[in-house]
Structure formats: C-alpha cells, structure tokens
Design a protein around this ligand. Structure first.
Ligand code: XMP
Length: 520
C-alpha cells in the first residue's frame, strides 16, 4: 500500500455490521480522517500514535456465546476514547463485567424513542427535542452495567441505550448514530470526535492532493508507471495525480473496446491530450471485441470475454514500453472494504465485475492505488483539486464491460450503434432538464425482442429500448427514479423518432434489490 493516511485519525474496528462503512463516511464528512480495520488487521496494527479515538462497530455476533469476536485488552490501557456502537456497546459491557442477554421480548428493530436520564458530553445538543427517534437493530441487550458505568439514556425496551464511563473514556450506544434514520446522529458523533477525542477538524479530501503526490514521488522515484485510462472519474483522477508527481514517466493506455457511449472515447482522449498533456495512447480494438463476442449471449461469458480480452490487449501494448515497474489502478475504499471480510465469510457473488484487477500478477508489476483510502465523492473532490474537467467529474458510473452488458443477447456493431444513439438522447435530455445530477446512474439498454409498431402508414418491426435511472448512495442498493410523466412522454417520443431500429421504449421500475442496476 502506498499511503499511510493522515497523521491524526479515528480507527473503526469492524465487527461485520452492514453499516460500518457509513461510520467512516460520517466521520470524514465531519472533517476527520477515519479508517476501518478488520480484526485481522487490528492484530497487526501497531501505530497508535496518531489515533485519537476508536469506534467499535456493530455486528451479527453475540457476546453471549462462549467465543465471540473481541479486541485485545491492551487497547483499553492506551486511554484512547472508545465508542461502542450496538455490538460494540455490548462488547464493552461484557469485557468490563456487565451482563448481556439475548431476549426476544426486548429486541428492537427499526425506530425507537430515546429518553434522556443524565447529562453527558456525548449527548450535548443531541436531545434537541423531546422525542428523539433512534435506529435500532439488536436482540441482545445489556441488563447489568459494569462498575463505573452510568446510564445516560434509555428506551422503553432497553435501559442502557447510551452508557458511559468517563474516567476510562468508554462510551456506548445501542442504536446506530451513523444511519440517517437516527435523529441528530451526526451531533452525537461530532461530540465524540471533538469534545471527547479532542481531535481537530483538519481533514478535507480537497487537501489530500499534495500528500498523495508526495507519496507517489517518494515511492515511484524515477520509475515508469502504466495506467489503463477509461475516461471515468477514478482512472482519470489516478492519471492526473500520477502525472503531477512523475510527468512523462506515466504512460496511459486507452483501450477502445467499441463498447463505450457515443463519442465518449474521443472526447475523453481530447481532454487528456489537449487539456492535461498526458502521455496517452489509444488502442483501437473494437473489431477484435466484436469478433470475440459474436454469438455470445450468456452474461457471465460476455463479462469474462470482455475482461480477459481487455487484459490481453493492455498487456500486449504495455510490452511495447521498456522498464515499466508499476501499474496504477483506480481502486476505491469501498472496493477494499468489500473485498475483505470482517467475519471471515464471503458474500455471494452476484456478477463478476470487470476491472483490471487480474493484471499485476501476470505482468509482475507493482501496484499503485492512490485512491484506495477514498470514497467515490471524495475522489470527485480530489479531482476538483486537480482541476478535473467537469464533463468527467460529474459522469455517472459506467461499468467496465460497458454497453456490452446493456445489450441483452448477442452484441453486434449495429446494436451498439442503435444503443449509443438512444443513450445519447436520454442522457442529453436529462442534462437539459437538469435531472442528470439528481440521478445516481442512468442509461439506455437494448432488449433483444422486436415488436410491431406503426410509423406513418407503415408497419415497423424493431427493437425495444429500456431506460433505467436510479438513485443510490453507493450502488449497493438503489431505487428507480420517479420521472414526471411529461418527461416520460418526451423521451419516448425523442428516442423512437430519433433512432432507427427502435420502435418501443419501456422504463424499468425495479429497485435494487431485487434487481441489479445493470441488466447483466
Ligand atoms: P449492479 O448491476 O451490480 O451494479 O447493481 C452496481 C454498480 O456497479 C457497476 N458495475 C460495474 N462496474 N465493472 C465496473 O467497474 C463491472 O463489471 C461492473 N458491473 C456493474 C454498475 O454500473 C453500478 O454502478
């Protein structure tokens, strides 16, 4: 790993909660760097010098079992303030001699009303109204407090919903302050950071640029770096950062798979070349991709073919350059969190995602992943600090296999052309109507069914275009966007009139889950 992160931070120990990522998000949004550690990483973690506070996340385990996930006792002797959330609170209570019980009667899922019992630094400006609602998800509860602990707040079901032991700087909340369903949760986290941990509000993604550039320079020195540039936000920010650090020793390769959106490749290339003077080379490979994808209809096969071919072409191109030591990748923090497991279990694979992850092993290159510590919107902010062109900065996410997984059934150059046109009309209309930025991701897809239509006095028999637009926080869950019917009328009309080959437009009204965002 290249980066060691900023000097002062909060660490979050992950016990496997679905929302651990949100704790890190909220803390960073408050201007403090935070990092999530799994229990395995914690075992190897030695550098507590800059750690100003520790958060113990929630998780599916129970401290009522004989064996339960825990943290080494030495951590408590460091006198760093600790906040336990849900399982984290129960763990603190258990380790300090309290009692925790599983109870079907006392369990709480969803919103609960919280009642204040005592004043606490942790709850300053938190109880701003009488009936504070907090979001719960537990069936274990503390039934007896350890010595030196006080109850700060309760619900009707659980007496010890907020607890503290100020002399040992230990705090616990049974609910989840990190989720938006908890009233005023941000205030509670703020108090923990600034009043209890006394950490300074110093961290901003915008200011990370110089540290990252310095680290790249220090690590890469005079060596050469190669980077696969797609024109998406992540790879673009990686390229700009590395370019600032080592200039001409960065070689960017753009593999044109023929599966990109209309004009996207050309436009991005122009920006990289003319605006940033990057050392960038385009490899036109559309024909090879179309040839390999002929007659292929199975989604996973398509993904594998596209991913493998991409790697092969990139590898072949990179061999044309001498002395390359590093491969730069736009890996983001959620990728890092999701690819490791707090509890050791693997989440089941829904789709095989395509990125260039398979490259380094084969190519024997070292990896540089300067964005490994950042969330997507932080990457956009780092992009701002580098003067990233707005047309790239604000782009919706686009999958590695491109339009290949937005055409159901066989991919042909003719279908790609039809889809590019329809997608272009849809996206431009969203921009024109100022809807683009309200939507997390939008695209047109092509269904393999032809249906009968009538245009003028003639019968048509053409493809169906599916439109998808979703709102989401991180792509893990999503809701379909509710367009006004006027927009629906207009867009259907524009696509059918503007794109020969399409005579029907449908809108996808499923959320994720049960659907996924992409079609394949
Ligand atoms: P799904 O379809 O799994 O998509 O709900 C979630 C998010 O991931 C993007 N996606 C991909 N991104 N390579 C990528 O880099 C891929 O193979 C890939 N497949 C899906 C998708 O566009 C959405 O933003």
């Amino acid at each position: 790993m290249l980066s060691k992160g900023p000097k002062e931070k909060i660490i979050i120990i992950d016990f496997g909660s679905q929302v651990t990522k949100l704790i890190a998000r909220r803390i960073r949004d408050l201007g403090v760097f935070s990092e999530i550690l799994t229990l395995n990483q914690l075992k190897k973690f030695k550098d507590y010098k800059g750690v100003r506070g520790i958060v113990l996340s929630g998780g599916p385990s129970t401290v009522t079992s004989k064996k339960f996930p825990s943290i080494p006792k030495e951590i408590f002797s460091k006198k760093i303030p600790i906040l336990g959330i849900c399982y984290g609170l129960q763990l603190i209570a258990k380790l300090f001699g309290g009692s925790v019980k599983t109870s079907k009667k006392k369990r709480e899922f969803g919103r609960a009303s919280l009642y204040k019992k005592k004043n606490s630094l942790l709850t300053k400006n938190f109880f701003i109204k009488k009936n504070i609602k907090v979001w719960m998800s537990h069936q274990d509860a503390v039934i007896k407090l350890p010595k030196k602990f006080k109850a700060i707040a309760s619900t009707s079901q659980s007496k010890f919903t907020i607890i503290e032991n100020t002399s040992d700087k230990l705090f616990g909340v049974q609910f989840h302050p990190e989720v938006t369903h908890t009233d005023n949760g941000k205030e509670l986290l703020k108090n923990f950071l600034f009043l209890i941990c006394k950490i300074k509000k110093r961290w901003r993604a915008f200011n990370e640029k110089n540290r990252l550039i310095k680290e790249i320079k220090k690590n890469v020195k005079g060596d050469k770096v190669i980077c696969a540039l797609s024109g998406g936000v992540d790879s673009s920010v990686v390229a700009l950062l590395i370019n600032k650090a080592i200039r001409k020793n960065l070689i960017c390769i753009m593999v044109d798979t023929g599966l990109m959106r209309k004009n996207e490749f050309k436009n991005s290339y122009k920006i990289f070349k003319n605006k940033y003077n990057l050392n960038v080379k385009i490899v036109n490979s559309a024909n090879i991709f179309f040839k390999k994808l002929k007659n292929i209809t199975d989604p996973e096969k398509k993904r594998k073919i596209i991913g493998n071919l991409f790697i092969k072409i990139f590898e072949k191109e990179s061999k044309k350059y001498r002395g390359i030591k590093y491969l730069a990748q736009g890996t983001l923090y959620p990728d890092v969190i999701e690819s490791r497991s707090a509890t050791g279990s693997q989440t089941s694979k829904i789709k095989s995602h395509h990125n260039v992850g398979g490259l380094p092993k084969k190519m024997k290159l070292k990896l540089i992943e300067p964005l490994k510590e950042f969330f997507k919107d932080e990457v956009r902010i780092i992009g701002d600090s580098l003067g990233l062109d707005k047309s790239i900065r604000n782009k919706h996410p686009f999958p590695g296999p491109g339009l290949g997984i937005r055409i159901i059934g066989e991919i042909t150059p003719q279908k790609i052309k039809i889809l590019q046109e329809a997608d272009n009309i849809f996206i431009n209309e969203l921009i024109k109507k100022k809807l683009y930025h309200k939507i997390w991701q939008a695209y047109a897809g092509l269904l393999p069914i032809k249906t009968v239509g009538v245009m003028g006095d003639s019968r048509t028999y053409e493809y169906t275009c599916l439109l998808r637009a979703v709102v989401s926080e991180d792509g893990m869950t999503a809701d379909y966007y509710n367009f006004p019917s006027v927009f629906m009328d207009e867009i259907s009309n524009k696509i059918v009139n503007g794109v020969p080959g399409i005579n029907r437009v449908v809108y996808d009204i499923t959320s994720k889950p049960p659907s996924t965002i992409e079609l394949e």
